[in-house]
Design a protein around this ligand. Structure first.
Ligand code: FEO
Ligand code: CA
Ligand code: CA
Ligand code: CA
Length: 640
Protein backbone atom coordinates (compact mmCIF):
# COMPACT_ATOMS: atom_id res chain seq x y z
CA UNK A 1 0.00 0.00 0.00
CA UNK A 2 1.70 3.10 -1.15
CA UNK A 3 -0.86 5.76 -1.84
CA UNK A 4 -0.45 6.92 1.73
CA UNK A 5 2.96 5.89 2.89
CA UNK A 6 4.82 7.30 -0.11
CA UNK A 7 3.48 10.77 0.16
CA UNK A 8 2.82 11.50 3.79
CA UNK A 9 4.52 9.11 6.11
CA UNK A 10 7.82 10.39 7.37
CA UNK A 11 8.66 7.21 9.24
CA UNK A 12 8.19 6.82 12.94
CA UNK A 13 11.66 5.78 14.01
CA UNK A 14 13.27 8.66 15.84
CA UNK A 15 16.40 6.57 16.56
CA UNK A 16 19.55 8.64 16.67
CA UNK A 17 21.72 5.57 16.25
CA UNK A 18 24.90 6.95 14.60
CA UNK A 19 24.73 6.00 10.98
CA UNK A 20 27.18 3.44 9.72
CA UNK A 21 27.47 5.61 6.65
CA UNK A 22 28.87 8.44 8.72
CA UNK A 23 31.53 6.14 10.12
CA UNK A 24 32.49 4.89 6.67
CA UNK A 25 32.53 8.34 5.23
CA UNK A 26 34.81 9.50 7.97
CA UNK A 27 37.12 6.61 7.24
CA UNK A 28 36.92 6.25 3.47
CA UNK A 29 35.35 9.47 2.31
CA UNK A 30 32.06 9.49 0.42
CA UNK A 31 33.40 8.15 -2.89
CA UNK A 32 35.17 5.33 -1.17
CA UNK A 33 31.97 4.41 0.61
CA UNK A 34 30.08 4.26 -2.68
CA UNK A 35 32.82 2.27 -4.36
CA UNK A 36 32.39 -0.26 -1.57
CA UNK A 37 28.73 -0.71 -2.45
CA UNK A 38 29.21 -4.23 -3.63
CA UNK A 39 30.38 -6.43 -0.79
CA UNK A 40 33.05 -9.08 -1.08
CA UNK A 41 30.47 -11.80 -1.71
CA UNK A 42 29.46 -10.27 -5.03
CA UNK A 43 32.94 -9.50 -6.30
CA UNK A 44 33.53 -12.89 -7.90
CA UNK A 45 30.15 -12.83 -9.59
CA UNK A 46 30.81 -9.35 -10.93
CA UNK A 47 34.03 -10.57 -12.45
CA UNK A 48 32.06 -13.21 -14.32
CA UNK A 49 29.53 -10.66 -15.35
CA UNK A 50 32.09 -8.39 -16.96
CA UNK A 51 33.52 -11.29 -18.92
CA UNK A 52 30.10 -12.60 -19.80
CA UNK A 53 28.40 -9.46 -20.91
CA UNK A 54 30.94 -8.70 -23.60
CA UNK A 55 31.33 -12.28 -24.75
CA UNK A 56 27.67 -13.17 -24.98
CA UNK A 57 25.54 -10.06 -25.12
CA UNK A 58 25.64 -9.75 -28.91
CA UNK A 59 23.71 -12.92 -29.63
CA UNK A 60 21.44 -14.24 -26.91
CA UNK A 61 22.56 -11.94 -24.10
CA UNK A 62 24.15 -13.22 -20.94
CA UNK A 63 20.81 -13.89 -19.22
CA UNK A 64 19.40 -17.40 -19.05
CA UNK A 65 15.99 -15.74 -19.46
CA UNK A 66 15.26 -15.65 -23.17
CA UNK A 67 11.71 -14.21 -23.34
CA UNK A 68 11.26 -11.06 -25.39
CA UNK A 69 11.09 -8.16 -22.96
CA UNK A 70 7.97 -6.07 -22.52
CA UNK A 71 8.67 -2.44 -23.43
CA UNK A 72 8.38 0.07 -20.60
CA UNK A 73 5.22 2.14 -20.76
CA UNK A 74 2.07 2.93 -18.82
CA UNK A 75 -1.48 2.44 -20.09
CA UNK A 76 -4.91 1.04 -19.26
CA UNK A 77 -4.07 -2.62 -19.58
CA UNK A 78 -1.42 -5.20 -18.79
CA UNK A 79 1.33 -6.46 -21.09
CA UNK A 80 3.06 -9.82 -21.36
CA UNK A 81 5.83 -11.07 -23.64
CA UNK A 82 5.05 -12.53 -27.06
CA UNK A 83 4.33 -16.21 -26.84
CA UNK A 84 2.72 -16.01 -23.40
CA UNK A 85 -0.87 -15.99 -22.21
CA UNK A 86 -2.41 -14.24 -19.21
CA UNK A 87 -5.63 -15.46 -17.69
CA UNK A 88 -7.69 -13.73 -15.02
CA UNK A 89 -8.32 -16.36 -12.34
CA UNK A 90 -10.45 -14.46 -9.85
CA UNK A 91 -11.52 -10.83 -9.45
CA UNK A 92 -12.83 -8.67 -6.64
CA UNK A 93 -16.48 -9.70 -6.13
CA UNK A 94 -16.24 -13.14 -7.74
CA UNK A 95 -17.80 -15.93 -5.67
CA UNK A 96 -15.56 -17.67 -3.13
CA UNK A 97 -17.83 -19.61 -0.78
CA UNK A 98 -21.01 -21.49 -1.62
CA UNK A 99 -24.05 -19.26 -1.89
CA UNK A 100 -22.10 -16.14 -2.85
CA UNK A 101 -24.29 -13.79 -4.84
CA UNK A 102 -23.22 -12.44 -8.24
CA UNK A 103 -21.10 -9.28 -8.11
CA UNK A 104 -23.28 -6.19 -8.26
CA UNK A 105 -21.05 -3.13 -8.08
CA UNK A 106 -24.02 -0.77 -7.80
CA UNK A 107 -25.31 -2.51 -4.66
CA UNK A 108 -22.44 -3.70 -2.52
CA UNK A 109 -23.34 -5.23 0.82
CA UNK A 110 -21.20 -6.62 3.61
CA UNK A 111 -23.24 -9.85 3.54
CA UNK A 112 -22.40 -10.40 -0.13
CA UNK A 113 -18.80 -9.22 0.16
CA UNK A 114 -17.97 -11.66 2.92
CA UNK A 115 -18.73 -14.53 0.53
CA UNK A 116 -16.97 -12.96 -2.44
CA UNK A 117 -13.33 -12.35 -3.32
CA UNK A 118 -12.12 -9.32 -1.37
CA UNK A 119 -10.43 -6.13 -2.48
CA UNK A 120 -6.76 -5.46 -3.26
CA UNK A 121 -5.36 -8.96 -3.48
CA UNK A 122 -1.71 -9.13 -2.43
CA UNK A 123 0.21 -12.24 -1.23
CA UNK A 124 -0.55 -15.50 -3.06
CA UNK A 125 0.33 -18.88 -1.55
CA UNK A 126 -0.08 -22.29 -3.18
CA UNK A 127 -0.83 -25.34 -1.04
CA UNK A 128 -0.82 -28.66 -2.87
CA UNK A 129 -3.96 -30.75 -2.98
CA UNK A 130 -3.91 -33.31 -1.58
CA UNK A 131 -1.75 -32.03 1.26
CA UNK A 132 1.91 -32.96 0.88
CA UNK A 133 1.56 -34.03 -2.76
CA UNK A 134 3.84 -32.87 -5.58
CA UNK A 135 1.12 -31.68 -7.92
CA UNK A 136 1.52 -28.86 -10.43
CA UNK A 137 -2.19 -28.78 -11.27
CA UNK A 138 -4.31 -28.55 -8.12
CA UNK A 139 -3.83 -26.18 -5.21
CA UNK A 140 -5.50 -24.32 -2.45
CA UNK A 141 -4.62 -20.80 -3.46
CA UNK A 142 -4.53 -18.46 -0.47
CA UNK A 143 -4.69 -14.74 -1.13
CA UNK A 144 -4.41 -11.68 1.10
CA UNK A 145 -6.82 -8.77 0.77
CA UNK A 146 -4.71 -5.90 1.94
CA UNK A 147 -6.85 -2.79 1.92
CA UNK A 148 -9.74 -0.96 0.23
CA UNK A 149 -10.16 2.00 -2.13
CA UNK A 150 -13.61 3.41 -1.24
CA UNK A 151 -13.47 6.01 -4.04
CA UNK A 152 -13.19 3.24 -6.64
CA UNK A 153 -15.59 0.84 -4.89
CA UNK A 154 -18.54 3.13 -4.21
CA UNK A 155 -20.38 5.70 -6.30
CA UNK A 156 -20.42 9.33 -5.23
CA UNK A 157 -17.40 9.53 -2.93
CA UNK A 158 -15.26 11.47 -5.39
CA UNK A 159 -11.48 11.48 -5.13
CA UNK A 160 -8.72 13.24 -3.24
CA UNK A 161 -6.93 12.60 0.00
CA UNK A 162 -10.01 12.56 2.21
CA UNK A 163 -12.09 10.30 -0.02
CA UNK A 164 -11.75 7.31 2.33
CA UNK A 165 -13.09 9.37 5.23
CA UNK A 166 -16.38 9.94 3.41
CA UNK A 167 -17.48 6.29 3.59
CA UNK A 168 -20.77 5.68 5.43
CA UNK A 169 -21.18 3.00 8.11
CA UNK A 170 -22.65 0.43 5.68
CA UNK A 171 -19.78 1.19 3.31
CA UNK A 172 -17.25 0.71 6.11
CA UNK A 173 -18.87 -2.64 6.82
CA UNK A 174 -18.34 -3.60 3.17
CA UNK A 175 -14.73 -2.48 3.48
CA UNK A 176 -14.21 -4.63 6.56
CA UNK A 177 -15.67 -7.61 4.68
CA UNK A 178 -13.37 -6.86 1.71
CA UNK A 179 -10.25 -7.08 3.93
CA UNK A 180 -8.54 -10.23 5.18
CA UNK A 181 -7.97 -13.13 2.86
CA UNK A 182 -9.44 -15.90 0.76
CA UNK A 183 -8.85 -19.62 0.25
CA UNK A 184 -9.89 -20.89 -3.19
CA UNK A 185 -9.31 -24.27 -4.76
CA UNK A 186 -7.82 -24.00 -8.24
CA UNK A 187 -7.25 -26.71 -10.82
CA UNK A 188 -5.54 -26.76 -14.21
CA UNK A 189 -7.49 -28.61 -16.89
CA UNK A 190 -6.45 -28.61 -20.54
CA UNK A 191 -3.84 -25.96 -19.81
CA UNK A 192 -6.37 -23.57 -18.27
CA UNK A 193 -6.66 -22.64 -14.61
CA UNK A 194 -10.13 -22.66 -13.04
CA UNK A 195 -11.52 -21.90 -9.62
CA UNK A 196 -13.37 -24.98 -8.32
CA UNK A 197 -16.89 -23.77 -7.46
CA UNK A 198 -18.19 -24.53 -3.97
CA UNK A 199 -14.99 -26.25 -2.88
CA UNK A 200 -15.22 -27.59 0.66
CA UNK A 201 -12.02 -25.69 1.43
CA UNK A 202 -13.26 -22.31 0.16
CA UNK A 203 -13.13 -19.65 2.80
CA UNK A 204 -13.21 -15.92 3.33
CA UNK A 205 -11.46 -14.34 6.26
CA UNK A 206 -12.36 -10.71 6.94
CA UNK A 207 -11.83 -7.77 9.26
CA UNK A 208 -14.36 -9.32 11.66
CA UNK A 209 -13.46 -13.05 11.61
CA UNK A 210 -12.91 -14.39 15.17
CA UNK A 211 -9.22 -15.17 15.72
CA UNK A 212 -7.11 -16.47 18.54
CA UNK A 213 -3.95 -14.99 19.97
CA UNK A 214 -1.16 -17.31 21.06
CA UNK A 215 2.44 -17.14 22.21
CA UNK A 216 4.07 -15.09 24.97
CA UNK A 217 1.91 -11.96 24.56
CA UNK A 218 -1.48 -13.76 24.56
CA UNK A 219 -3.61 -12.57 27.45
CA UNK A 220 -1.33 -9.62 28.27
CA UNK A 221 -3.10 -6.64 29.84
CA UNK A 222 -2.19 -4.50 26.83
CA UNK A 223 -4.19 -6.86 24.62
CA UNK A 224 -7.37 -6.73 26.71
CA UNK A 225 -10.40 -4.71 25.58
CA UNK A 226 -13.95 -4.21 26.82
CA UNK A 227 -15.13 -6.81 24.30
CA UNK A 228 -12.31 -9.22 25.12
CA UNK A 229 -11.24 -9.32 28.77
CA UNK A 230 -9.11 -12.40 27.97
CA UNK A 231 -6.73 -10.49 25.66
CA UNK A 232 -6.65 -13.58 23.47
CA UNK A 233 -9.63 -13.28 21.11
CA UNK A 234 -9.50 -10.72 18.32
CA UNK A 235 -11.99 -9.87 15.60
CA UNK A 236 -10.31 -9.79 12.22
CA UNK A 237 -6.98 -9.21 10.57
CA UNK A 238 -6.09 -5.98 8.79
CA UNK A 239 -3.85 -4.76 6.00
CA UNK A 240 -2.50 -8.20 5.22
CA UNK A 241 0.14 -7.40 2.67
CA UNK A 242 2.60 -10.13 1.84
CA UNK A 243 2.97 -13.42 3.69
CA UNK A 244 4.46 -16.84 3.42
CA UNK A 245 3.91 -20.43 4.30
CA UNK A 246 5.30 -23.01 6.68
CA UNK A 247 6.93 -26.37 5.86
CA UNK A 248 3.87 -28.02 7.43
CA UNK A 249 1.53 -26.38 4.93
CA UNK A 250 -0.05 -23.48 6.74
CA UNK A 251 -0.49 -19.94 5.48
CA UNK A 252 1.24 -17.02 7.18
CA UNK A 253 -0.38 -13.69 6.50
CA UNK A 254 1.27 -10.47 7.61
CA UNK A 255 -0.55 -7.48 9.09
CA UNK A 256 1.19 -4.39 7.75
CA UNK A 257 -0.18 -0.82 7.95
CA UNK A 258 -2.71 -1.54 10.71
CA UNK A 259 -2.17 1.91 12.20
CA UNK A 260 -4.16 3.58 9.42
CA UNK A 261 -7.50 2.17 10.60
CA UNK A 262 -7.35 3.77 14.04
CA UNK A 263 -8.55 7.23 14.93
CA UNK A 264 -9.18 9.34 18.01
CA UNK A 265 -6.80 11.70 19.72
CA UNK A 266 -3.82 9.36 20.16
CA UNK A 267 -1.58 12.15 21.41
CA UNK A 268 -3.56 12.75 24.57
CA UNK A 269 -3.68 9.10 25.57
CA UNK A 270 -1.35 7.50 28.16
CA UNK A 271 0.20 5.30 25.43
CA UNK A 272 0.88 8.27 23.13
CA UNK A 273 4.57 7.50 22.76
CA UNK A 274 4.04 3.87 21.76
CA UNK A 275 1.23 4.88 19.39
CA UNK A 276 3.58 7.32 17.73
CA UNK A 277 6.29 4.71 17.19
CA UNK A 278 3.67 2.65 15.36
CA UNK A 279 2.23 5.57 13.38
CA UNK A 280 -1.11 5.71 15.19
CA UNK A 281 -2.41 9.27 15.16
CA UNK A 282 -5.45 11.45 14.69
CA UNK A 283 -4.67 11.44 10.97
CA UNK A 284 -6.60 8.22 10.40
CA UNK A 285 -6.70 6.88 6.82
CA UNK A 286 -10.25 5.52 6.97
CA UNK A 287 -13.74 6.29 8.22
CA UNK A 288 -13.72 3.22 10.46
CA UNK A 289 -13.13 5.07 13.74
CA UNK A 290 -16.08 7.36 12.97
CA UNK A 291 -18.48 4.43 12.83
CA UNK A 292 -17.02 1.58 14.88
CA UNK A 293 -15.91 2.28 18.43
CA UNK A 294 -13.11 -0.25 18.65
CA UNK A 295 -11.15 1.72 16.04
CA UNK A 296 -11.21 4.85 18.19
CA UNK A 297 -8.26 4.73 20.58
CA UNK A 298 -10.01 7.08 23.00
CA UNK A 299 -12.74 4.48 23.41
CA UNK A 300 -10.66 1.31 23.11
CA UNK A 301 -7.00 2.16 23.71
CA UNK A 302 -5.65 -1.41 23.47
CA UNK A 303 -7.34 -2.40 20.22
CA UNK A 304 -4.34 -1.33 18.05
CA UNK A 305 -2.11 -3.68 20.06
CA UNK A 306 -4.14 -6.58 18.68
CA UNK A 307 -2.96 -5.87 15.12
CA UNK A 308 0.46 -5.90 13.48
CA UNK A 309 1.02 -9.62 13.94
CA UNK A 310 1.75 -12.66 11.81
CA UNK A 311 -1.41 -14.72 11.48
CA UNK A 312 -1.22 -18.48 10.88
CA UNK A 313 -4.12 -20.10 9.05
CA UNK A 314 -4.58 -23.76 8.13
CA UNK A 315 -5.99 -23.71 4.59
CA UNK A 316 -6.86 -27.40 4.79
CA UNK A 317 -9.22 -26.87 7.73
CA UNK A 318 -11.83 -24.17 7.07
CA UNK A 319 -13.15 -24.53 10.61
CA UNK A 320 -9.81 -23.74 12.28
CA UNK A 321 -9.58 -20.24 13.75
CA UNK A 322 -6.75 -18.06 12.42
CA UNK A 323 -4.09 -17.58 15.10
CA UNK A 324 -2.07 -14.43 15.73
CA UNK A 325 1.41 -15.69 16.63
CA UNK A 326 2.86 -13.12 19.01
CA UNK A 327 6.30 -14.74 19.29
CA UNK A 328 7.12 -13.26 15.87
CA UNK A 329 6.71 -9.72 17.16
CA UNK A 330 4.47 -6.79 16.38
CA UNK A 331 5.40 -4.37 13.65
CA UNK A 332 4.33 -3.56 10.11
CA UNK A 333 5.09 -7.01 8.81
CA UNK A 334 5.39 -7.01 5.03
CA UNK A 335 5.68 -10.78 4.77
CA UNK A 336 7.02 -13.86 6.52
CA UNK A 337 8.95 -16.47 4.58
CA UNK A 338 10.81 -19.50 5.80
CA UNK A 339 14.13 -21.28 5.34
CA UNK A 340 15.29 -24.39 7.16
CA UNK A 341 18.17 -24.25 9.61
CA UNK A 342 20.70 -27.08 9.44
CA UNK A 343 19.23 -28.74 12.51
CA UNK A 344 15.65 -28.68 11.20
CA UNK A 345 14.52 -25.62 13.12
CA UNK A 346 12.58 -23.22 10.98
CA UNK A 347 13.64 -19.63 10.35
CA UNK A 348 11.13 -16.96 9.32
CA UNK A 349 12.29 -13.68 7.76
CA UNK A 350 10.14 -10.57 7.95
CA UNK A 351 10.59 -6.92 6.98
CA UNK A 352 9.04 -3.99 8.83
CA UNK A 353 7.85 -1.77 6.00
CA UNK A 354 8.44 1.73 7.22
CA UNK A 355 11.13 4.22 6.38
CA UNK A 356 14.04 3.63 8.76
CA UNK A 357 12.65 0.40 10.17
CA UNK A 358 14.21 -2.99 10.45
CA UNK A 359 14.68 -6.52 9.12
CA UNK A 360 13.84 -9.39 11.48
CA UNK A 361 14.04 -13.14 11.68
CA UNK A 362 12.43 -15.65 14.04
CA UNK A 363 14.01 -19.03 14.78
CA UNK A 364 11.77 -21.72 16.22
CA UNK A 365 12.92 -23.37 19.44
CA UNK A 366 12.35 -26.84 18.04
CA UNK A 367 12.79 -28.55 14.65
CA UNK A 368 9.67 -29.18 12.65
CA UNK A 369 8.22 -32.65 12.46
CA UNK A 370 8.07 -34.01 8.91
CA UNK A 371 6.17 -37.14 9.86
CA UNK A 372 3.39 -35.65 11.92
CA UNK A 373 1.81 -32.47 10.60
CA UNK A 374 -0.24 -31.93 13.75
CA UNK A 375 2.91 -31.93 15.89
CA UNK A 376 3.85 -28.56 14.36
CA UNK A 377 0.62 -26.93 15.45
CA UNK A 378 2.18 -24.58 17.99
CA UNK A 379 5.77 -24.52 16.75
CA UNK A 380 5.51 -20.77 16.13
CA UNK A 381 4.80 -20.03 19.79
CA UNK A 382 8.33 -20.73 20.99
CA UNK A 383 11.58 -19.38 19.62
CA UNK A 384 13.85 -16.37 19.32
CA UNK A 385 13.16 -13.16 17.45
CA UNK A 386 16.20 -11.30 16.07
CA UNK A 387 16.71 -7.94 14.41
CA UNK A 388 19.43 -7.22 11.85
CA UNK A 389 22.41 -4.93 12.14
CA UNK A 390 24.21 -4.45 8.81
CA UNK A 391 27.82 -3.55 9.63
CA UNK A 392 30.21 -1.47 7.54
CA UNK A 393 32.55 -4.41 6.97
CA UNK A 394 29.93 -6.38 5.01
CA UNK A 395 28.86 -8.49 7.97
CA UNK A 396 25.34 -8.81 9.27
CA UNK A 397 24.62 -9.58 12.88
CA UNK A 398 21.29 -10.84 14.19
CA UNK A 399 20.55 -9.36 17.62
CA UNK A 400 18.24 -11.35 19.89
CA UNK A 401 15.13 -9.64 21.23
CA UNK A 402 15.10 -11.60 24.47
CA UNK A 403 13.90 -10.30 27.81
CA UNK A 404 16.71 -9.75 30.31
CA UNK A 405 19.42 -9.64 27.65
CA UNK A 406 21.27 -6.39 26.99
CA UNK A 407 19.07 -3.33 27.45
CA UNK A 408 15.79 -5.29 27.27
CA UNK A 409 15.09 -5.10 30.98
CA UNK A 410 12.46 -3.81 33.38
CA UNK A 411 14.54 -0.64 33.97
CA UNK A 412 14.07 0.17 30.31
CA UNK A 413 10.34 -0.54 30.38
CA UNK A 414 10.26 -4.20 29.39
CA UNK A 415 8.83 -6.20 32.27
CA UNK A 416 8.54 -9.40 30.24
CA UNK A 417 9.07 -11.00 26.84
CA UNK A 418 5.46 -10.09 26.07
CA UNK A 419 6.33 -6.40 26.42
CA UNK A 420 9.15 -6.85 23.93
CA UNK A 421 6.84 -8.56 21.46
CA UNK A 422 4.04 -5.99 21.75
CA UNK A 423 6.51 -3.12 21.39
CA UNK A 424 9.02 -4.83 19.12
CA UNK A 425 10.04 -1.62 17.37
CA UNK A 426 10.92 0.06 20.64
CA UNK A 427 12.99 -2.94 21.76
CA UNK A 428 14.78 -3.09 18.41
CA UNK A 429 15.62 0.63 18.71
CA UNK A 430 17.44 -0.11 21.97
CA UNK A 431 19.48 -2.85 20.27
CA UNK A 432 20.69 -0.35 17.66
CA UNK A 433 19.46 -2.27 14.65
CA UNK A 434 20.15 -0.73 11.24
CA UNK A 435 17.38 1.60 10.00
CA UNK A 436 16.57 0.48 6.44
CA UNK A 437 14.94 1.94 3.32
CA UNK A 438 11.51 0.34 3.89
CA UNK A 439 12.02 -3.43 4.06
CA UNK A 440 9.40 -5.29 2.02
CA UNK A 441 9.74 -8.97 1.09
CA UNK A 442 12.62 -10.98 2.52
CA UNK A 443 12.94 -14.33 0.73
CA UNK A 444 15.44 -17.16 0.49
CA UNK A 445 16.73 -18.44 -2.84
CA UNK A 446 16.17 -22.22 -2.74
CA UNK A 447 19.20 -22.85 -4.97
CA UNK A 448 21.98 -20.72 -3.43
CA UNK A 449 20.52 -20.39 0.09
CA UNK A 450 21.02 -16.62 0.12
CA UNK A 451 18.40 -14.26 1.49
CA UNK A 452 17.16 -11.31 -0.59
CA UNK A 453 15.78 -8.20 1.09
CA UNK A 454 13.60 -5.91 -1.01
CA UNK A 455 14.08 -2.30 0.11
CA UNK A 456 11.42 -0.39 -1.75
CA UNK A 457 12.53 3.25 -1.38
CA UNK A 458 13.05 6.03 1.14
CA UNK A 459 13.10 9.58 -0.10
CA UNK A 460 13.42 10.92 3.45
CA UNK A 461 16.92 9.66 4.14
CA UNK A 462 19.35 12.55 4.28
CA UNK A 463 23.04 12.60 3.39
CA UNK A 464 23.72 12.47 7.12
CA UNK A 465 21.63 9.32 7.51
CA UNK A 466 23.11 7.12 4.79
CA UNK A 467 24.74 3.90 5.85
CA UNK A 468 26.49 1.32 3.76
CA UNK A 469 23.46 -0.96 3.49
CA UNK A 470 21.30 2.06 2.61
CA UNK A 471 23.86 4.11 0.72
CA UNK A 472 21.65 6.66 -0.99
CA UNK A 473 20.08 9.80 0.35
CA UNK A 474 16.61 10.29 -1.15
CA UNK A 475 16.49 6.70 -2.38
CA UNK A 476 13.55 6.97 -4.78
CA UNK A 477 13.92 3.60 -6.49
CA UNK A 478 15.01 1.15 -3.80
CA UNK A 479 17.54 -1.67 -3.81
CA UNK A 480 17.97 -5.35 -3.05
CA UNK A 481 20.35 -6.67 -0.40
CA UNK A 482 21.64 -10.23 -0.64
CA UNK A 483 22.54 -11.93 2.65
CA UNK A 484 24.70 -15.04 2.90
CA UNK A 485 24.12 -16.80 6.23
CA UNK A 486 27.29 -17.97 7.95
CA UNK A 487 28.08 -21.60 7.05
CA UNK A 488 24.86 -21.61 5.04
CA UNK A 489 22.91 -21.90 8.28
CA UNK A 490 19.84 -19.68 8.60
CA UNK A 491 19.86 -20.10 12.38
CA UNK A 492 23.30 -18.48 12.58
CA UNK A 493 23.41 -15.05 14.18
CA UNK A 494 26.06 -14.00 11.65
CA UNK A 495 26.34 -13.60 7.92
CA UNK A 496 27.60 -11.33 5.17
CA UNK A 497 25.71 -8.99 2.90
CA UNK A 498 26.09 -7.13 -0.37
CA UNK A 499 23.88 -5.10 -2.66
CA UNK A 500 22.46 -7.28 -5.45
CA UNK A 501 20.92 -4.52 -7.55
CA UNK A 502 19.84 -0.92 -6.99
CA UNK A 503 16.82 0.54 -8.78
CA UNK A 504 16.41 3.53 -11.07
CA UNK A 505 17.44 4.24 -14.62
CA UNK A 506 21.10 3.46 -15.28
CA UNK A 507 23.03 6.53 -16.30
CA UNK A 508 20.27 8.83 -15.08
CA UNK A 509 19.47 7.97 -11.47
CA UNK A 510 22.27 8.20 -8.95
CA UNK A 511 23.10 4.85 -7.46
CA UNK A 512 21.33 2.67 -10.06
CA UNK A 513 23.22 -0.62 -10.25
CA UNK A 514 22.53 -3.58 -12.49
CA UNK A 515 24.35 -5.95 -14.76
CA UNK A 516 25.73 -3.69 -17.45
CA UNK A 517 23.83 -5.49 -20.22
CA UNK A 518 20.45 -4.52 -18.68
CA UNK A 519 18.30 -3.11 -21.47
CA UNK A 520 16.36 0.14 -21.60
CA UNK A 521 13.29 -1.88 -20.58
CA UNK A 522 14.98 -4.01 -17.97
CA UNK A 523 15.68 -1.44 -15.26
CA UNK A 524 13.14 -1.20 -12.47
CA UNK A 525 11.96 0.97 -9.61
CA UNK A 526 10.50 0.29 -6.15
CA UNK A 527 11.09 -3.43 -5.58
CA UNK A 528 8.44 -4.93 -3.32
CA UNK A 529 7.78 -8.68 -3.55
CA UNK A 530 9.88 -11.45 -5.00
CA UNK A 531 9.81 -15.13 -5.82
CA UNK A 532 12.33 -17.67 -7.04
CA UNK A 533 11.87 -20.26 -9.74
CA UNK A 534 13.26 -23.78 -9.43
CA UNK A 535 16.54 -22.67 -11.08
CA UNK A 536 17.10 -20.02 -8.41
CA UNK A 537 16.30 -17.08 -10.67
CA UNK A 538 14.65 -14.15 -8.96
CA UNK A 539 11.34 -12.63 -10.03
CA UNK A 540 10.80 -9.15 -8.61
CA UNK A 541 7.46 -7.32 -8.49
CA UNK A 542 7.40 -3.54 -8.11
CA UNK A 543 5.14 -1.08 -6.30
CA UNK A 544 5.51 2.61 -6.94
CA UNK A 545 7.31 2.83 -10.29
CA UNK A 546 4.67 5.10 -11.92
CA UNK A 547 5.25 7.82 -9.32
CA UNK A 548 8.97 7.27 -8.90
CA UNK A 549 9.97 6.60 -12.49
CA UNK A 550 7.02 7.23 -14.83
CA UNK A 551 6.78 3.58 -15.87
CA UNK A 552 4.19 0.96 -14.96
CA UNK A 553 4.79 -1.41 -12.11
CA UNK A 554 5.82 -4.81 -13.34
CA UNK A 555 7.48 -8.16 -12.87
CA UNK A 556 11.17 -8.58 -13.69
CA UNK A 557 13.25 -11.74 -13.87
CA UNK A 558 16.99 -12.03 -13.28
CA UNK A 559 19.65 -14.65 -12.83
CA UNK A 560 21.29 -14.70 -9.41
CA UNK A 561 24.35 -16.61 -10.60
CA UNK A 562 26.53 -16.88 -13.67
CA UNK A 563 27.03 -14.45 -16.50
CA UNK A 564 23.52 -13.01 -16.27
CA UNK A 565 23.60 -12.29 -12.54
CA UNK A 566 21.75 -9.05 -11.76
CA UNK A 567 20.52 -8.59 -15.33
CA UNK A 568 16.85 -7.71 -14.75
CA UNK A 569 14.45 -8.19 -17.64
CA UNK A 570 10.87 -6.89 -17.87
CA UNK A 571 8.38 -9.75 -18.10
CA UNK A 572 5.10 -8.09 -17.17
CA UNK A 573 3.63 -4.62 -17.01
CA UNK A 574 0.57 -3.72 -14.93
CA UNK A 575 -2.37 -1.53 -15.92
CA UNK A 576 -2.38 2.08 -14.75
CA UNK A 577 -2.75 2.67 -11.02
CA UNK A 578 -1.87 -0.93 -10.16
CA UNK A 579 1.05 -2.48 -8.36
CA UNK A 580 2.14 -6.05 -8.96
CA UNK A 581 2.38 -8.31 -5.94
CA UNK A 582 2.21 -11.89 -4.73
CA UNK A 583 4.41 -13.49 -7.42
CA UNK A 584 4.61 -17.26 -7.11
CA UNK A 585 5.41 -20.05 -9.54
CA UNK A 586 4.16 -23.61 -9.68
CA UNK A 587 6.91 -26.09 -8.69
CA UNK A 588 7.52 -26.91 -12.38
CA UNK A 589 7.80 -23.17 -13.24
CA UNK A 590 5.03 -23.55 -15.83
CA UNK A 591 2.77 -20.84 -14.37
CA UNK A 592 3.43 -17.62 -12.56
CA UNK A 593 0.55 -16.18 -10.54
CA UNK A 594 0.37 -12.46 -9.83
CA UNK A 595 -1.91 -10.20 -7.83
CA UNK A 596 -2.80 -7.07 -9.73
CA UNK A 597 -3.60 -4.73 -6.90
CA UNK A 598 -5.45 -1.40 -6.98
CA UNK A 599 -5.87 -1.00 -10.77
CA UNK A 600 -7.15 2.52 -11.43
CA UNK A 601 -5.73 3.96 -8.22
CA UNK A 602 -4.63 7.17 -9.90
CA UNK A 603 -5.12 10.79 -8.89
CA UNK A 604 -8.67 11.90 -9.75
CA UNK A 605 -9.80 8.37 -10.61
CA UNK A 606 -13.30 7.61 -9.28
CA UNK A 607 -15.95 4.89 -9.40
CA UNK A 608 -17.77 6.88 -12.08
CA UNK A 609 -14.68 7.79 -14.07
CA UNK A 610 -11.88 5.37 -13.29
CA UNK A 611 -8.54 5.70 -15.05
CA UNK A 612 -9.02 2.11 -16.25
CA UNK A 613 -11.76 -0.50 -16.11
CA UNK A 614 -9.26 -3.37 -16.10
CA UNK A 615 -9.81 -6.29 -16.42
CA UNK A 616 -13.43 -6.27 -17.67
CA UNK A 617 -13.44 -3.02 -19.64
CA UNK A 618 -17.24 -2.84 -19.43
CA UNK A 619 -19.21 0.36 -18.91
CA UNK A 620 -20.32 0.67 -15.30
CA UNK A 621 -17.91 -2.01 -14.14
CA UNK A 622 -15.21 -0.55 -11.89
CA UNK A 623 -11.60 -1.70 -12.07
CA UNK A 624 -11.22 -4.97 -10.16
CA UNK A 625 -8.12 -6.13 -8.32
CA UNK A 626 -7.54 -9.67 -9.60
CA UNK A 627 -5.25 -12.67 -9.52
CA UNK A 628 -3.89 -13.63 -12.93
CA UNK A 629 -1.97 -16.66 -14.20
CA UNK A 630 0.65 -16.34 -16.91
CA UNK A 631 1.73 -19.37 -18.92
CA UNK A 632 3.80 -19.99 -22.02
CA UNK A 633 1.76 -20.88 -25.09
CA UNK A 634 2.25 -24.59 -25.60
CA UNK A 635 3.61 -24.99 -22.07
CA UNK A 636 7.10 -25.00 -20.60
CA UNK A 637 8.91 -23.02 -17.95
CA UNK A 638 8.27 -19.31 -17.54
CA UNK A 639 11.03 -17.11 -18.87
CA UNK A 640 12.90 -19.59 -21.03
FE1 FEO B 1 1.76 -3.32 1.58
FE2 FEO B 1 4.82 -3.01 2.15
O1 FEO B 1 3.53 -3.08 0.92
CA1 CA C 1 0.19 -3.78 -1.51
CA1 CA D 1 4.65 -1.71 -1.15
CA1 CA E 1 4.01 -5.01 -0.42
Amino acid sequence: MDSYDNSEDVGSNASTEPSIGELIERRLGRRGALRGLFGAGAAAALGHELLGSTALAQETGPSSLTFKEVAHGLDKTHHIPEGYEAQVIIRWGDPVVAGAPAFDPANLTAAAQEKQFGYNCDFIGLHALPVGSTTNDRFLMVVNHEYTDPGLMFAGLGSGRSVNLRASKPQVEVEMAAHGGAVVEIVREGGTWKVVPDSKYARRITGTTPMEVSGPAAGHDKLKTSADPTGAKVLGMLNNCAGGSTPWGTWLTAEENFNGYFGGDAEKMPDAKAYKRYGISKATWYAWAQHIDRFNVEKEPNEPNRFGWIVEIDPYDPSAAPIKRTALGRFKHEGCTYALAKDGRVVFYSGDDERFDYVYKFVTAKPWNRQDRAANKNLLDEGTLYVARFADDGKVEWLPLVHGQGPLTAENGFASQADILIYTRVAADLLKATPMDRPEDVETNPVNGRVYVMLTNNTRRTEQQVNRANPLARNAHGHVIEITPKDGDHASTEGTWSIFIAGGKPGIDAGARYHRATSENGWLSCVDNCAFDSKGRIWIATDGAPTAAGIADGLYGADTAGYGRGLTRCFFQAPTGAEVCGPILTPDDSTVFLSIQHPGEDAGSTFEKPSTRWPDFKDGMPPRPSVIAITKKGGGPIGS
